[in-house]
Design a protein around this ligand. Sequence first.
Ligand code: PLP
Length: 445
Amino acid sequence: MTSKVFHRKSNVLLPKVVEARGAWCVDASGKWYLDGGSSGAGLTCLGHGHPAVMEAVQDQLRKISFMHGALFTSDPLEELAQELIDHAPAGLDRAFFTSGGSEAIEAALMMTRQYAVESGQDGRRTIISRRNSFHGATVMTLAVGDAGNRKRPFVPPSLETPKIAPTYAYRDKRDDESLEAYGARIADELEQAILREAPGAVLAFIAETVVGSSSGALTPPPGYLVRIRDICNRHGVLLILDEVYCGLGRTGHLHACQADGVVPDILVVAKGLAAGYAPIGAVLVGEALHDAIAGGSGSFKGGFTHSGHILSCAAALAVQRTVRREGLLQNVVKQAQRLEARLAERFAQHPNIGEIRGRGLMRGLEIVADRISKKPFDATEKISSRLSQACMEQGLLCNVASGTIDGTRGEHVLLAPPFIVSDEEIDELTARLAAALDNALGRAR
Ligand code: PLP
């Protein structure tokens, strides 16, 4: 029977997943897969089938699953907001909910603009972001993003926004500069970009704290985000940190920006929020931004039907409480050390791995044709699709992507195992990745 699904990938025959437990899932043929990428997208951080979440969702389902957020509030919604704000960096006081990451980024962008309009700063319209960034798959989020292959067909030139350098020390740091000096140099690109616009025209700067899918776990150089914060403050520009991928524990801190000592004006989280048990994203903002809109028009214009979906909130609340109760951030830190060591053993001298990078359980391996020149493979060799296929054959789920360097050139693997991963699973994951890499590169030669 031909499938009636409009699959996102039409050129591959997808296996059918039937069940999952912990860090493993099984397809209809009985083949098991180890989850080295939290379901391929950094999502299922609690693993599958956690009893506390299943129980909370079932309980909530018996009471009520949905009511429109313009008519009622609910306990799961109020308690989830309280939970997030109680543990958010000081200065973030309110939570707005969406169905996922793209909607949350879109809502964040709309909030900044509405805030500007309602606080007498109508001239602020420009949003600055970084080259080769990914902030979602709606047209507005693609516009502030710069993910070449994904963006090109959709965005009219009028939606192009100014871009500054990504945090990509592996390729962009000069040999004669320290990591700190490199960070300061690329942070200063933000100030230069602001000054190129008309005075008072820049609304916001958006960036991922640790870059996820577009380039494979790029971390900010020391001092970079502090300098970015200072530039934003001096120019009245709002700082939006996209922690859709890297947030809520993935890097070993609840919020990735806590490691850098920076509090954004808006913090966006999604994937780890309900960990795949339900679709949900959240936008955390300070009281000043909230009050400008609440005390102005009194109505945020970016609400969605599913904003504050009660069942999703109940799932997210159970996930966040479970992460805390079970001390899973400690396991992230512990297993991150093991993963780092295993990856170094296997790949530090590998002729086709240029760099191993990242924080916590978010690790990227950049694939190169030549380690010395850092030259990427030619796109015609299709290394990333070969490696994706080889990983599936090995029974390993992870994110293999192309466009690492500039949206078109370069390839990487992004590993993001669930927070419940064990010692044995970390070892198994690295062994399977090594076998997949051998197979993919063997075939490429
Ligand atoms: N922002 C970042 C950094 C992401 O990694 C993603 C998804 O991968 C998004 C936004 C979009 O989130 P979603 O796919 O949930 O819409």
